[in-house]
Design a protein around this ligand. Structure first.
Ligand code: SF4
Ligand code: SF4
Length: 264
């Protein structure tokens, strides 16, 4: 059996909902990696700011030996909202993903003799843009809500990746675009109107609307206003020392692609 297929099976056996492989060369020229350095210095919730466990000097400097990337996804259904709750150390869902990556890395190094490199979540610390990597690995497409949408989970999925020091056949991208026939509920449900118009930076950047990018009609700074409110709300309602933060997921849960995937 091809080694790439065994790698994917190993990740699935370890609990991944989806797993696939993307070419590192394709990731390097994908939409987010191409435009990121033109976007200025954004520092809001969910960015590298405040995480000083590693220096911020590893932006897009992956070793030449890395040829492919294993991407894994974990379903975050509506009936398990706690997977997404921020508890000061991260989220339970992300800890599961990290554990799947750890076990998969050990197993494929030991039994398949493939050298791996674990990566940080943040691109500034050596990570890759996970949504671009997931599209290239064949998970689905970027939706008009700026999230990864897959045929089996809609946008209700979270991602991690593992670098591989061998060339493997890429498992994507796939032809999938649920937004084409949709009434675009995501952009209408946003309480902050974060998707009402193209973000200013995208008006000045020449940007392809081809997958895996969309069209820049999502303003992260405006969405961040909602996240700040969610933090304040959580602090008000906290039980114990550490508040559990439940960030807005309205544009995610309203998406019919997620509902079709079992309503979970
Ligand atoms: S709500 Fe519709 S337009 Fe928005 S991401 Fe989902 S399918 Fe696409
Ligand atoms: S997460 Fe909430 S605030 Fe942010 S874009 Fe989606 S609906 Fe709007």
């Amino acid at each position: 059996m091809a080694i790439g297929k065994r790698i994917i099976e190993t990740a699935m056996e370890n609990g991944a909902t989806l797993a696939g492989i993307a070419s590192m060369d394709a990731i390097k020229v994908s939409a987010s990696h191409t435009i990121y350095t033109k976007m200025g210095d954004y520092t809001g919730i969910g960015t590298v700011k405040g995480d000083d466990t590693l220096p911020d000097t590893q932006l897009f400097t992956w070793p030449d030996s890395v040829k492919s990337v294993l991407v894994i996804g974990l379903s975050h259904p509506e009936n398990k909202p706690e997977l997404d709750w921020w508890d000061g150390r991260g989220t339970p869902g992300n800890r599961i993903l990290i554990d799947i990556i750890k076990r998969t890395s050990q197993q494929i190094e030991n039994s398949l003799n493939v050298k791996t490199r674990k990566i940080h979540y943040y691109v500034e610390k050596g990570g890759v843009f996970l949504k671009d990597a997931a599209v290239l690995a064949g998970f689905g497409c970027i939706g008009k809500n700026n999230m990864l949408i897959t045929p089996s989970t809609g946008p209700r999925i979270r991602l991690r990746a593992l670098l591989l020091e061998d060339e493997f056949h890429s498992t994507g991208p796939i032809a999938f675009d649920p937004c084409a026939d949709c009434k675009v509920y995501c952009r209408r449900v946003c309480p902050e109107n974060a998707m009402d118009e193209k973000a200013p930076i995208f008006k000045t950047i020449e940007f392809s609307e081809r997958l895996p990018g969309r069209d820049g009609t999502y303003n992260r700074e405006i969405c961040n206003v909602r996240m700040e409110k969610d933090v304040t709300e959580s602090k008000k309602n906290k039980v114990g020392k550490q508040p559990t933060i439940k960030y807005c997921r309205k544009c995610e849960f309203v998406c019919p692609a997620g509902k079709k995937a079992g309503g979970q």
